[in-house]
Ligand binder design. Sequence first.
Ligand SMILES: [Zn+2]
Ligand SMILES: [Zn+2]
Length: 355
Amino acid sequence: MDIPHKMKAAVLFDYGDLRVTEVPVPTLGVGEALVQVNSVAICGSDPAIIAKGWKGFPKLGEFIPGHEFTGTVVATAPDVFELSIGDRVAVEPHKGCGRCENCLRGNYTTCLNYGNYDIGHRHYGFSTNGGYAEYAACHVNTLHKIPDSISFEEGTMLTGAGTVLYGYERIGWVRPGETVVVTGPGAIGLMSAHIAKVLGAGRVILTGTREERLAVGRELGADITLNVREVNVVEAIMELTNGIGADMVVECAGQPGPASEALDIVRKNGRISYNGIYHDPVTMKLDKIVQWNLLITGPKAEGMLNLGRAIPLMADGRIDLKPLITHTFPLDEINTAFETFTGRVGGAIKVIIKP
Ligand SMILES: [Zn+2]
Ligand SMILES: [Zn+2]
């Protein structure tokens, strides 16, 4: 295939000013493949990246955001033997430097050389150009082949699914039969509820304020949903667990209230995974962590190759996140897509851009 020299891409010209323009197709460095982007999902973190930029991001006028994407390999650097032209791939946003202690131990999402492009760190759509473009140059470490049974659209959900799986890995996985409470039915919360069932949870309880989101949660496998506007969640969960509390709480609301309340609904010897994005400090009863022997963790993105773990589960339909995809837009309409996403127009959950 002939690779053109120019491509369309959504470039951040100024804070809050994202526009589609023509830019050079990226050239390949060592270990990289050129991906013809098919689908990119808007992530909850994208509006803030567009409004404020990101630590170490490329210059205004050059930065292409977008980090939940899939496509087809159309060219490879001479040293790349792992991939062939025509391979369908999902892109993992993080590539560690590969030489710091955290990377060497496999914890590349917390690379100690974050943003150091020269020694090989990449974070596509954050500190490195990403996927709101016709083409993206990605390192082979970040490219996961996907089978034909995963559509390019659903494949964009693999980044989220990988993050959810990494969260469960950090907290000791879901043990068969456990009661898991997921707080906050955003995209990550809904995926957490679905994947808890896939991993063998006995019962998944999803809490939130928006009835239409809770309904999607039930469609994805949540056994019980609690609307926090209608019931006292702490009392309801204690009643549902014979006064003991949940084996695990996965906090996905990102708000101080539910973050602190997680300690009121978890059992003794229970586990809490904090998966939200917390802008404000949270006051909580830390003594309970000691007295109740609690385990508390948080996942930094789709670490330890958990994106790859999600692929066979999605390929045969055990992980089925298609109900989350509510809208698709061509690249030229990216700003309408963002308005749809942030305004939750038409019940928008995951909005996909098609370059
Ligand atoms: Zn994301
Ligand atoms: Zn590193």
